[in-house]
Design a protein around this ligand. Structure first.
Ligand SMILES: *Cc1c(COP(=O)(O)O)cnc(C)c1O
Length: 360
């Protein structure tokens, strides 16, 4: 016997990110602006009640979310960010060894971690040549051990969406006892008319779960609130395994205020979308094959040069997110911050091997 589960040895231990004084951070898909003023006001008021436990049932926020999506509150589970809900989803579907969790790769880096924590086996299907989900191959990879499938649209870190018609074909091919999770963390930035939207598909597909978050477009990543839309059966199970009092009272109050001021807050997404198209076009002009992104980041498929590019950018005080050996994810931010990224990228010799040195 060992004191600690030996299978945890293969999980990455947390390594604090390098902080570079004066650098701009384009590494985590956050929004540079602080939360909206009404959100800050609500947090301030809630802080005065910090001596009390938060509402365990997250009742008021759940009711607001239910209203927004036209669903019964029983079909909603609020979590400490949607990452925590991913972990709960593995917990409620996968009874340990012998269960498999399926997802595309490369996709959200939390999926393999929550799968391993849940004691299930990881099964991945490569993205296609366009950095998109290959849903037909994913459907074919489902076995009787598969308990859960994560589908990320737009896909973090590559950017493309899953199209509605291919997702419907996928749902039709998936057995009813396999849970399909559509992770829509970047839904507010999607402008493609053919993109899948999970909410309208929920009633027809009781094995579908839609994940949304306040971390990105609502500018509340530090407050930790996300939610799942699901069948009552699945949402009830998610609430059962939730960390007790996990969604704290500041987060609950902030998210309620954010929904009250939703339209003003989400108006900022249009600026990001405009900047996304500009940044992608300029990077393509530098010879980089940037796939079409529907999120607040773009993907630079730099392969073996990914770490070099990130180091080069850090030298220019621009922090980006390398995923060697595949590419680099860059968050789309304000025009000024994006210009600094573009200037750094223009000074990088993507084909060369001597970063920062003029090629001879
Ligand atoms: C950022 C992100 C989330 C959100 O995580 P939170 O825990 O809600 O902050 C979820 N899924 C994906 C794919 C993401 O990129």
């Amino acid at each position: 016997m060992t004191l600690i589960r030996p299978d945890l040895d293969t999980l990455p231990a947390y390594v604090p990110g390098r902080t570079v004084p004066g650098a701009i951070k384009l590494a985590s898909n956050e929004v540079a602006e602080p939360p909206a003023q009404p959100v800050l006001d609500a947090i301030g008021r809630a802080a005065a009640g910090g001596n009390r436990y938060p509402d365990l049932g997250v009742v008021e926020l759940t009711a607001r979310i239910a209203d927004l999506h036209g669903l019964a509150p029983e079909r909603i589970a609020v979590g400490c960010g949607s990452v925590t809900l991913c972990q709960q989803l593995v917990q409620v579907t996968s009874p340990g060894p012998g269960s498999e969790v399926l997802f595309a790769w490369r996709s959200f880096e939390a999926y393999p971690i929550v799968t391993q924590i849940g004691g299930a086996a990881i099964r991945t299907v490569p993205l296609d040549a366009g950095h998109r989900h290959d849903l037909d191959a994913m459907a074919a990879a489902i076995t009787e051990r598969t308990r859960l499938v994560f589908v990320c649209s737009p896909n973090n870190p590559t950017g493309p969406v899953v199209r509605r018609e291919e997702f419907l074909r996928f749902l039709a091919a998936v057995p009813r006892d396999v849970l399909v999770v559509l992770d829509e963390a970047y839904a507010e930035y999607v402008t493609d008319d053919d993109a899948v939207h999970g909410r309208p598909l929920l009633d027809e597909h009781p094995n579908l779960v839609v994940l949304r978050t306040f971390s990105k477009a609502y500018r509340m990543a530090g407050l930790r609130v996300g939610y799942a839309l699901a069948s009552e059966q699945v949402a009830t199970a998610l609430r059962k395994v939730a960390p007790p009092f996990g969604v704290n009272s500041l987060a609950q109050a902030g998210a309620i205020a954010a929904l009250e001021h939703r339209e003003e807050i989400l108006a900022g997404c249009a600026d990001v979308v405009r900047e996304r198209e500009r940044v992608a076009a300029e990077l393509r002009g530098l010879g980089l094959a940037v796939p079409p992104s529907e999120a607040n980041f773009v993907w630079l498929p730099l392969g073996g040069r990914s770490a070099d590019f990130a180091a080069h950018c850090a030298g220019q005080k621009v922090i980006v997110r390398p995923f060697p050996p595949d590419g680099v994810r860059v968050t789309v931010s304000t025009p000024e911050e994006n210009d600094r990224l573009l200037a750094a990228a223009a000074g990088f010799d993507a084909a060369g091997s001597d970063d920062g040195q003029p090629s001879s």
